[in-house]
Design a protein around this ligand. Structure first.
Ligand SMILES: *Cc1c(COP(=O)(O)O)cnc(C)c1O
Length: 411
C-alpha cells in the first residue's frame, strides 16, 4: 500500500500498516474495511463544522462549474471579493487588507516578509529579524521553521542553515516581563515584528496563556516601534471560544494569519490580513515597494467559495454555545486523569482539551491503543489532545474522553 507514498513526520522504515480512510461524515471517519472512527481532532482542527457539510459542498459545486480556478495576478473574482469583505467585517479594528495564500506556513512567511518589507520601504534597513517564543509553532518551511520552538522544532536538525531569529520565553510573569523589556531595549532596532500564537500555542505543545499577556505585547510593540503578528491559524475561527483569540484580549495585531479551519476543512486556503497602516506602507511611486509575493494558486475560487460558506455557517447555529459545552464536558471528563502519576497536567481552553504526560514512552503503542477504542486521536510529544468539530454530539465526545481515560488507566 505504501509503495509510492511518503508520509509526513513518519519513519517510513517502521511504518507498515497505515489505515485507509474511505469516507467522512460529521465527526466520523469510515475506513476501507468498514470500521467507523470518531474523530477527536477534526483533521488537524480544520473541519470545524464537521466533515462534508452539505452547505459547503453545495457552494463548492456551484463554483466548480462556474470557474474552478483563475490566476490572481491583475485579475480578480467574486469569491475573493466576497471573502475578503467578509473577513474584514469579522476581524477587529482595521484588519482590512487580505492577502490570500494556499497554506498556513506560507501565510506566516508572507506575514514575516510583509513586516520586514514594511520597514525596508521606509528605509529602516536593520529591522529584519522576527521575535518569537518558546513553545511556538508556525510552520514547516525554511523561514517558518526558524521561528518555531528551538527544542521541539527542527533547529537542531537544520543547524547552521536556518536564519537566526530571536526566540525567547513568553513573558508570563513579572520577572519575565522585566527581562522581555530589557531584551527589547537591547535589540528593538533590529526587530521587525513580534510573532505569537495568541492564547494557545498549538502544535508546539498546546500551551495556554492569559489574554493579559497579549495586552502586554501590544504595549511593548507600540513602545519599541515593532509590529505585532498574531498567528491565528490554530486559534482563529472559534477554537478558543471567541471567533478570534485576539477578541478575548481586545488587542488588534498589525497582521494576522488564518488557515486550517478557514475553509471549514474542505480546501487548502490561508490568508495574511494587515491593518491599513501596514498596507499604506507599500503605497509608493516605486514599483519594488509593492509586496513581492504571489503563489500560483492564491485565492483559488473553489477554496474561497468553501470559506465563504464556512463563515456563513458561523451565523447559522450557536457555535459559541457548542464550544462552551465542549469545554465544560472535556473539563469534567478529563479531570480524572490528574489522579495518575504519569499525568503532568490536564488543561482545557474552548474546544481544545489536553492531557500532558511526563513522558510518552511508546507513542506508536499509544496510538494503536486509542485506535482499539475506535477513535481517531493523534498524540504528539508528550501530549494527548482533542480538538473536535464544534458539531460533535455529547455521546461522541464522551467516547473520545473515555478512550483517553481508559487507555491511560488500563494501558
Ligand atoms: C498548522 C499551523 C501552521 C502551518 O500551517 P500549514 O498549513 O500546515 O502550513 C502555522 N501556524 C500554526 C499556528 C499552525 O497551527
Amino acid at each position: 500500500m505504501l509503495k509510492n507514498i511518503w508520509l509526513p513526520y513518519t519513519q517510513m522504515q517502521t511504518c507498515n500498516n497505515p489505515i485507509v480512510a474511505e469516507l467522512t461524515k460529521g465527526c466520523k471517519i469510515t475506513l476501507r474495511d468498514g470500521t467507523e472512527l470518531i474523530d477527536g481532532i477534526a483533521s488537524w482542527w480544520t473541519a470545524c463544522h464537521g466533515y462534508n457539510h452539505s452547505y459547503i459542498a453545495e457552494q463548492v459545486q456551484k463554483q466548480l462549474y462556474k470557474m474552478p480556478h483563475i490566476m490572481f495576478g491583475g485579475i480578480i473574482h467574486e469569491p475573493a471579493i466576497k471573502l475578503s469583505a467578509k473577513l474584514a467585517s469579522l476581524l477587529p479594528g482595521d484588519l482590512n487588507k487580505v492577502f490570500f495564500t494556499e497554506s498556513g506556513s506560507v501565510s506566516v512567511e508572507v506575514a514575516m516578509k510583509m513586516a520586514i518589507q514594511f520597514w525596508l520601504n521606509q528605509n529602516h534597513l536593520k529591522k529584519t529579524k522576527i521575535l518569537s517564543f518558546y513553545g511556538g509553532y508556525h510552520g514547516d518551511t525554511m523561514a517558518t521553521m526558524a521561528v518555531c520552538d528551538p527544542d521541539e522544532g527542527m533547529h537542531q536538525l537544520f543547524q547552521g542553515i536556518l536564519p537566526h531569529q530571536h526566540i525567547i520565553a513568553l513573558p508570563k510573569t513579572k520577572q519575565l516581563q522585566q527581562e522581555f523589556i530589557a531584551f527589547l531595549e537591547k535589540y528593538h532596532h533590529e526587530i521587525a515584528a513580534i510573532l505569537i500564537e495568541p492564547l494557545v500555542q498549538g502544535a508546539g505543545g498546546m500551551l495556554i496563556h492569559d489574554p493579559e499577556l497579549l495586552m502586554f505585547l501590544r504595549k511593548q510593540a507600540d513602545h519599541f516601534n515593532i509590529l505585532l503578528i498574531f498567528d491565528e491559524i490554530f486559534t482563529g475561527l472559534g477554537r478558543t471560544g471567541s471567533l478570534f483569540a485576539c477578541n478575548q484580549a481586545n488587542v488588534v495585531p498589525d497582521i494576522i494569519t488564518l488557515s486550517k479551519a478557514l475553509s471549514g476543512g474542505t480546501m487548502a486556503l490561508a490568508a495574511t490580513i494587515a491593518r491599513e497602516h501596514i498596507f499604506n506602507g507599500f503605497l509608493s511611486d516605486k514599483e519594488n515597494h509593492a509586496l513581492m509575493h504571489g503563489p500560483t494558486f492564491m485565492a483559488n475560487p473553489l477554496a474561497c467559495a468553501c470559506a465563504i460558506a464556512s463563515l456563513e455557517l458561523f451565523d447559522q447555529y450557536d457555535w459559541k454555545n457548542n464550544v462552551k459545552n465542549i469545554e465544560l464536558q472535556m473539563t469534567a471528563e478529563l479531570e480524572v486523569c490528574r489522579k495518575l502519576d504519569i499525568v503532568k497536567d490536564v488543561r482545557v481552553k474552548g474546544a481544545i482539551g489536553v492531557v500532558e504526560l511526563h513522558k510518552i514512552k511508546n507513542i506508536n503503542l499509544l496510538k494503536n491503543r486509542l485506535l482499539d477504542h475506535k477513535v481517531w486521536i493523534r498524540p504528539f510529544g508528550d501530549i494527548i489532545y482533542l480538538t473536535p468539530s464544534f458539531t460533535i454530539t455529547t455521546a461522541e465526545l464522551t467516547k473520545l474522553t473515555q478512550a483517553i481515560v481508559h487507555t491511560l488507566f488500563y494501558g
